[in-house]
Structure formats: C-alpha cells, structure tokens
Design a protein around this ligand. Structure first.
Ligand code: MN
Length: 295
C-alpha cells in the first residue's frame, strides 16, 4: 500500500512545534509519514536533528519536508544578490535534511512564495532565473540523496508553476533524477481542467509525492472533490509513492495567516477533535486505496 502521511500543522498554528510529539502522535494514529516545514531545520543543531530521526525510526515514521520559500530568498528573483542568497539558503536546508536522513522536499521551493505585485506580462525572465538556480541547487540534492519535488500550486500562491504541465516543463529543463513533480488536490481543483488527466499526464515515474486536501483545505472527504476520480487516476498510473494529507483547518497563528484560514473548519478544534479528524482521514484514504485496487 502507498505510504500515508500527514502534515504536522494539521494540529499546530505555528510552523515550528514539538516535532517529537507529532512523530509519536502520527505513529499512534497509524500514519507512515509525517511532513513538516523544512526551515526550522536551519535553527536546529545536528544532534537535535539526529535525535528527531532516532525518534522517527523508533516509531516507524518517515519524515518528509516542505517549504514556502521566503521572498528574501527568491531563487527566481531578477536581483542576483537575492537569487544567489536563495540558492545558498536552499542548499543549506538540503544539507540539514541529509543530517536527519530526509529524502523528500516539497512545496513552493522554486520561487518566493506569493504572487507579484502590479502587472506581470511574462514569467519567462523569472522562470529562467529559477531554472538557473535550480541547476545549482539540484547538484547538492544529488549529493545528499534528496528528491526535490516541484509542487504546482494555485495562482494566489505563485506566478511560476500553477499546473502539472508547467511543472513537467520545469523539471525537463533541470534534467536530474533528483527532481520530480508533486501534485496537490487542493491546488489542482483551482488550476487544472481535469484532475484525473493532470495526474495521468505526470505519470508514476515523475510524480514523486502527492498531497491531499479538499477544495476548502479540509480533510479529504469533507468537501466536494471527486475522490474516486483522484484515486482512480492514481491507480491508472500505478502510483506507489507517498500520499500526504495537508489540510489546514484552524484560523489564527502563523499558519492561519500564511494559508489564509479565516474561520475554523472543524467544530471546536482542540487536540481531541483534531486527533479524531486525523483518524477519520486516514481511514478515508485507506478505504479509497482499497476501493481502487491499490491496497
Ligand atoms: Mn501541498
């Protein structure tokens, strides 16, 4: 069966949190993977990162990482100082991931997270800068055994890569076995003509990880996305990779600010109700995998 995971900030309103607590919680609920923001790694000692790895190994949890790149480190910037600073920043994150045995980085990590101000007539100059940067970043990913996932996200979060087709064009220019595509159902719902076709276009070889979330960023099954279409397409391509749920359900804090969550999306969000929602979504995805012959 595909490894099933969850993003740590399902529970936490700030990006950094007690990672060990959520490693144990993810395992106790029954997940295989815990994903969290990569940036806090830069503030951690190597010893601490190794202790997270030991905790994860003891719990049978794989740790994967995501990030929304701070615009101060925008690797698509036309300002060479910003761009080269961004390259170094991402290379440092990848090196920290290697310390903890991490092998997968997702998110908006090919440009600053956010959209341009003012008019924007062509993405080509920014695209070319990003490609130039990524060719330098990917060398470090290759050395460190990290797979760099280019996540296509919706137009309100990036101007560079909104669709599966654009993500494929980008990784083709980089041409490394350590780069691939990450598709996310929440973003696909906004940008793709047809979600199943987008998944089939990428295919199993290039789809390196998969994020699930509803149209409103609730847990799968709590909105109006067609999960039979989604899991049917994953079955069509023979996808064997990770499926990581990435719902954001609480207003407030850094997460509510950055993800634009302005109301609670479950009733009475507290540890107990969120744990119950995590159990529900894990069961929902397991049932979908069974229904579509993937388990
Ligand atoms: Mn995502």
């Amino acid at each position: 069966m595909n490894k099933l995971g969850i993003f740590m900030n399902f529970w936490e309103k700030n990006w950094d949190a007690d990672h060990k607590k959520y490693i144990r919680k993810a395992a106790e609920i029954g997940f295989d993977v815990l994903e969290f923001q990569a940036q806090p790694l830069l503030e951690m000692s190597d010893d601490h990162i190794r202790s997270l790895r030991r905790e994860a190994d003891a719990c049978g949890i794989e740790l994967t990482y995501s990030l929304g790149l701070d615009r101060n480190y925008d690797v698509s910037s036309l300002d060479e100082t910003v761009r080269t600073g961004g390259v170094k920043y991402l290379q440092n994150i990848i090196r920290k991931m290697e310390v903890g045995g991490g092998t997968l980085l997702s998110g908006v990590s090919y440009a600053g997270w956010g959209v341009p101000e003012g008019t924007f007539d062509s993405k080509k100059p920014y695209w070319d800068q990003s490609v130039k940067s990524m060719k330098e970043i990917i060398k470090v990913a290759e050395e460190c055994g990290v797979t760099y996932c280019v996540e296509a996200v919706n137009r309100f979060e990036t101007a560079l890569i909104n669709t599966a087709k654009e993500a494929l064009a980008y990784i083709e220019e980089i041409d490394s076995k350590n780069i691939g595509v990450l598709l996310d159902t929440y973003h696909m719902n906004i940008e793709e003509d047809n979600i199943g076709d987008a998944i089939r276009l990428v295919g199993a070889d290039r789809l390196k990880s998969f994020h699930t979330g509803e149209n409103n960023r609730r847990a799968p099954g709590r909105g109006h996305l067609d999960w039979d279409e989604i899991f049917g397409a994953l079955a069509d391509i023979g996808y064997k990779g990770r499926i990581v749920s990435e719902p954001f359900i609480m207003q407030g804090g850094e997460v509510g600010r950055d993800i634009h969550v302005y109301r609670d999306l479950i009733e009475n969000p507290c540890e107990e109700t969120i744990d119950a929602e995590a159990r529900y979504l894990l069961n929902f995805e397991r049932e979908m995998l069974k229904k579509h012959g993937m388990a």
